[in-house]
Design a protein around this ligand. Structure first.
Ligand code: ATP
Length: 256
């Protein structure tokens, strides 16, 4: 097994009186694709957001590549700039692509490298074109989001995450805002990234992807990891009763 890259320990989060995550532990190994499934409201998105500090957990720690998010190496709290640098170890792909409509695909992807990493414009745009090409969008680099399909826009959003050179990419239901016929091209792009050895944590309901691409599947229920293991085991012989129910109730369209 490859070394652990991300180590989440005891992640707990409440919103008001409602405890949404209850001491969640997860290791993600270098080059691994981990899929998180679970019923609506089970805490999947909140967990993903706690990993890269889009949400601050009430307790628990996230370590990535020897960095404890929010801490300096001497154990004191990281200052804002240091925290921002730490958070960039994670890329994040949202359900909605949130591209700037007035910028081309290449400009959207180059924006972070230019503004955040301080890379000169020509180099940042070259990097953007390389990432867009990697995502199969070489012919679309000069198009604006309005000229692209939803699937193409989501691939631009993935290229934007990759252009920041993250160690891990977190995907939060990356295909659930897409028309059904556009889902596959995004899943295929993610499958190719997994094959290249990108480390990925993916919240999704796409069971075919979970079965065929993920190295490990995690089922969340009521803010905890109820069961985890290789997809064949989790989906083929689920032990947790809630997982059995979840799998039974997935729509046929989800292709279980
Ligand atoms: N910022 C917030 N303020 C208050 N409650 C929140 C907030 N974010 C999430 N919640 C609540 O936390 C619970 C878990 O939400 P979360 O989005 O993590 O679940 P999920 O498993 O990703 O669900 P879904 O599949 O519907 O996206 C839900 O009850 C949700 O309403």
């Amino acid at each position: 097994m490859r070394p652990v890259l991300v180590e989440a320990r005891g992640i707990t989060k409440s919103f008001g009186p409602r405890t949404v995550l209850q001491s969640v532990d997860l290791d993600v190994h270098e080059g691994e694709t981990v899929v998180i499934i679970g019923a609506s409201g089970s805490g999947k998105t909140t967990f993903l957001r706690c990993l890269n500090r889009l949400e601050t957990p009430d307790s628990g720690t996230v370590r990535i590549a020897d960095v404890t998010i929010g801490q300096r190496s001497d154990g004191r709290a990281a200052e804002e700039r240091e925290l921002a640098r730490q958070r960039r170890l994670f890329g994040f792909v949202f359900q909605r692509f949130n591209l700037f409509p007035h910028l081309t695909a290449a400009q959207n992807v180059a924006l972070g490298p230019r503004r955040v990493l301080g890379i000169p414009r020509a180099q940042a745009e070259a990097r953007a074109v390389a990432e867009l090409t990697r995502l199969g969008l070489a012919d679309h680099v000069h198009k604006r989001p309005g000229q692209l399909s939803g699937g193409q826009q989501q691939r631009v959003a993935i290229a934007r995450a990759l252009a920041m050179d993250p160690r891990v990419i977190l995907f939060d239901e990356p295909t659930s805002a897409l028309d059904p016929e556009l889902v596959q091209e995004v899943l295929d792009a993610m499958r190719a990234l997994a094959a290249e050895g990108m480390t990925m944590v993916v919240v999704t309901h796409e069971m075919r992807f979970a079965r065929s691409v993920a190295h490990r599947a995690v089922f969340m229920a009521d803010g905890r990891i109820a069961e985890e293991g290789p997809p064949a085991q989790l989906f083929g012989a689920p032990r947790d009763e809630r997982l059995q129910r979840f799998l039974r109730h997935l729509e046929p369209a989800r292709d279980v």
